[in-house]
Ligand binder design. Structure first.
Ligand SMILES: CCCCCCCCC/C=C/C(=O)SCCNC(=O)CCNC(=O)[C@H](O)C(C)(C)COP(=O)(O)OP(=O)(O)OC[C@H]1O[C@@H](n2cnc3c(N)ncnc32)[C@H](O)[C@@H]1OP(=O)(O)O
Ligand SMILES: NC(=O)C1=CN([C@@H]2O[C@H](COP(=O)(O)OP(=O)(O)OC[C@H]3O[C@@H](n4cnc5c(N)ncnc54)[C@H](OP(=O)(O)O)[C@@H]3O)[C@@H](O)[C@H]2O)C=CC1
Length: 284
């Protein structure tokens, strides 16, 4: 049995059907567990069955899983069709599946660049388009488009992460995609937003990258620590709830201040002998 939410009422999302891509691990799993705790029916997908099955085991019977590679059009179509057969509707799509490898830009081959943009930009588009055309745009019982919400994970800092030019570019594309669709698909009652995630201490984050970079990451966050996966899950739950109904086209940056980090503060030349930031004298 999944643990109750520490923030929201237990029936906040009762009756909702929510798809979480990449729901077998990390941020996606944390979101899936929180959404189930709030009463939603959750469907997770990813390439590997084992992590998905683990999420289902942790979440309980209101969570189902199916293997789907978001880069493959036929896979995506079959996944969305299956979800609709199981539940009859989808209310929210969380585009969380994604990732990249860390490498200096000059060393990235055309294939390597395509690999990352195909996953993060094309894959997000395939999922968004399939869910919209199959679940959100078709008319409901009242003859009007059913509507729904798309929440896509992107990346902070927005001036790009050195070593991740492919992912920085792809995530910028996703944010603009969400903004554009918020206008085009408003007529169907579809809300599209992005969550620009700063650095979160998920298992993959802690193990995939060079350890010296991981160790230095919190030092680049003004609030001095990595994000906790449940902090991401709470924002997803908020956006999926009625409290999120007037958000559309927004990028919500969740990063402890990382986007605007200018280095440690106060720096030498800007602090007094006790280390306090300098302040100008008031005029007499
Ligand atoms: C202080 C600062 C703090 C901050 C520092 C850190 C900030 C991190 C912020 C973000 C954190 C996160 O997102 S954490 C979560 C990350 N999670 C993930 O990345 C999970 C998903 N990722 C993946 O599946 C893989 O990494 C990915 C490469 C994207 C896709 O895998 P695939 O199996 O599809 O692809 P592969 O077959 O492995 O590779 C395809 C091609 O890509 C290229 N390629 C792949 N790996 C490569 C590598 N390591 N180096 C070079 N090139 C590579 C090659 O051209 C490969 O072709 P060949 O040459 O022919 O083989
Ligand atoms: N952790 C962090 O600091 C940050 C994370 N992010 C982004 O947030 C998201 C979640 O990150 P996190 O939980 O840390 O990382 P994970 O690597 O744990 O999560 C990525 C998930 O996406 C799935 N996935 C990858 N490729 C595909 C694919 N082609 N089709 C379907 N599913 C796929 C993976 O499952 P499988 O391998 O089984 O397919 C995995 O469950 C990612 O998009 C990540 O890039 C952004 C900023 C910072």
């Amino acid at each position: 049995m999944v643990a109750p939410s520490r923030i929201f009422a237990p029936d906040l999302l009762a009756g909702q059907v929510i798809v979480v891509s990449g729901g077998g691990t990390g941020l996606g799993r944390a979101a899936a567990l929180e959404l189930v705790a709030l009463g939603a029916e959750v469907v997770v997908c990813g390439r590997r069955p084992e992590p998905l099955e683990e999420t289902v085991a942790l979440a309980g019977e209101r969570c189902r899983a199916r293997v789907c590679d978001i880069r493959e059009e036929d896979d995506v179509a079959a996944f969305v069709d299956w979800t609709l057969e199981q539940h009859g509707r989808i209310d929210t799509l969380l585009n969380n599946a994604g990732g990249q490898f860390l490498a200096p830009a000059e060393s990235i081959t055309p294939k390597g660049f395509r690999t990352v943009t195909r996953l993060n930009l094309d894959g997000t588009w395939l999922m968004t388009h399939a869910v919209a055309t199959k679940a959100f745009i078709p008319a409901g019982e009242d003859g009007r488009a059913r509507g729904g919400k798309v929440i896509s994970v992107t990346l902070s800092p927005h001036n790009g992460l050195p070593g991740m030019v492919h992912s920085s570019a792809a995530r910028a594309g996703v944010e603009t995609m969400m903004a554009e669709l918020s206008t085009e698909w408003a007529r169907f009652g579809i809300r599209c937003n992005a969550i620009a995630a700063g650095q979160f201490g998920t298992e993959v984050f802690m193990t995939k990258y060079p350890q010296e970079m991981v160790a230095a990451a919190a030092g680049q966050v003004p609030l001095g620590r990595l994000g906790r996966p449940e902090e991401f899950a709470w924002l997803v739950a908020y956006l999926a709830s009625p409290a999120g109904d007037w958000f559309s086209g927004a990028t919500l940056t969740l990063d402890g201040g990382r986007d605007h980090h200018v280095g440690p503060w106060p720096i030498e030349g800007s602090r007094d002998a006790e280390g306090r930031p300098l302040q100008e004298a008031r005029r007499a």
